[in-house]
Design a protein around this ligand. Structure first.
Ligand SMILES: Cc1cc2nc3c(=O)[nH]c(=O)nc-3n(C[C@H](O)[C@H](O)[C@H](O)COP(=O)(O)OP(=O)(O)OC[C@H]3O[C@@H](n4cnc5c(N)ncnc54)[C@H](O)[C@@H]3O)c2cc1C
Length: 382
């Protein structure tokens, strides 16, 4: 019988294992931490459901992924709204026209917006840097209040040194005053008692899947694990530079750390699930409160304070040398482990920022490739 070894135990790995199990293929999933789940696992603090790594909102256009997620655990109809602290006032993010009057210099802001009405900022995303792109969209006052300090806090470098490539997806002025962040047709948050942990447990609930935790796999130890698991193929969802002992160098990431605090005596501590704090006077960048999405009926809440510049692997630094380095690790590992038996999936092995729906899509696509490879091996053997 075919078996697959999966390195890592986040959402990507769990989805690969689930998808293979559905086709009758067993897998052994090796996770470094004491529990599987990676960034999305939900936990409890003082009886309150919260997300140790910050809030996650499921939003997608991918119907197959949405239906798969909902088969594992039903989702509620939460739609994501974000607040932002500007001049000490709580306003909406993205920028709403209806919030302009609540700000100082509102006449000047309106004039700056009027001057830009006909300009198609989105079309310039390839040409401009991040700062230029935003200035063209909204003018200098809004840019200084909403964008520059937040961006520089997040990335630790001047906004004009950043590419505008992702700007149209992240920054907008809502002329129609639509306050919700995501336009996707499918959106929500897991409605069960354990949040995203129910999604993970649902994916892993199959006798063909074996999860071993507390196992930090490296290229050196891989052979032993493959023999032990009697595996034919390997799917890597872990960071490849670490896995290969940094032999060609280390990939650069921008990290965050979230410090969570239980507050026993209030139902809610802020008005939205996420509040952005762009100002340098705040040492954190966002505060998360999962309860808005979980809709848990309980006393107390948990706030997660997000700090940037932590030595964690959260946002890849999309520069050509990092992309080339990850490609080099993939080529090297394919050659070392075997070109027909090595597969990569997920945010770490592909050095990408991807949302949960994209990582599930990658996992589904990877499992199709794995099944094709297993069939090809059987044909050769037969
Ligand atoms: C700050 C932030 C906010 C986000 N918000 C959203 C959101 O609102 N909506 C959304 O859709 N997505 C969001 N995402 C994206 C989402 O978190 C990811 O798409 C998803 O969690 C990726 O899953 P993964 O399995 O690829 O990686 P991870 O969750 O990182 O899982 C990798 C796993 O591999 C394990 N591992 C690593 N190395 C080894 C090794 N050598 N041996 C064994 N195990 C190993 C790790 O311990 C970890 O458990 C956010 C991401 C970040 C960083």
């Amino acid at each position: 019988m075919s078996r697959v070894l999966i390195v890592g135990g986040g959402l990507t790995a769990c989805t690969v294992a689930h998808s293979l199990a559905g086709e009758g293929v067993s897998s052994v999933l090796l996770e470094r931490e004491a529990v599987a789940g990676g960034l999305i696992r939900s936990e409890q603090m003082g009886g309150v459901l919260y997300e140790p790594h910050g809030s996650h909102i499921f939003h997608t256009e991918d119907q197959e992924v949405w239906e798969l997620a909902n088969r594992m655990t039903p989702f509620n109809d939460y739609r994501h709204r974000v607040d932002i602290n500007v001049e000490g006032r709580i306003l909406n993010w993205p920028i709403l026209l209806s919030d302009i009057d609540a700000q100082t210099r509102s006449d000047e802001i309106r004039e700056q917006l009027r001057e830009r009405e006909g300009i198609d900022a989105a079309a310039r995303a390839q040409a401009a840097n991040f700062e230029e792109w935003c200035l063209e969209l909204m003018g200098p006052i809004l840019y200084e209040r909403y964008i520059r300090p937040y961006t520089e806090k997040q990335w630790g470098r001047p906004a004009r040194e950043l590419s505008a490539r992702w700007a149209p997806r992240r920054v907008s002025v809502r002329w129609d005053n639509d306050p919700y962040l995501f336009p996707d047709p499918y959106q929500g948050w897991p409605a069960g008692p354990n949040g995203y942990t129910d999604l993970l447990d649902g994916l892993l609930d199959d006798e063909r899947i074996e999860v071993r935790t507390g196992v930090d796999v490296t290229l050196e130890s891989l052979d032993g694990h493959v023999r032990d698991a009697e595996a034919d193929l390997v799917v890597l969802t872990c960071p490849l530079d670490v896995f290969a002992g940094h032999r060609f160098g280390t990939l650069e990431w921008r990290g965050i750390i979230v410090r969570n605090v239980h507050i026993p005596h209030v139902d809610y501590a802020q008005g939205a699930m996420v509040v952005n704090y762009p100002g340098k006077e705040y040492p954190f960048i966002r505060i998360h409160e999962t309860k808005h999405a979980s809709r848990q009926q309980c006393e107390g809440t948990v706030l997660g304070f997000e700090f940037t510049n932590a030595p964690t692997r959260y946002y890849p630094i999309e520069l050509p040398h990092n992309r080339q380095l990850n490609d080099r690790y993939q080529d090297f590992l394919r050659a070392e482990i075997g070109p027909d038996r090595t597969f990569f999936a997920g945010r770490l092995a592909n050095y990408l920022y991807i949302d949960m729906d994209d990582c599930m899509r990658q996992a589904l696509d990877a499992s199709v490739e794995v099944l094709d490879a297993l069939r090809a091996t059987r044909l050769k053997a037969g």
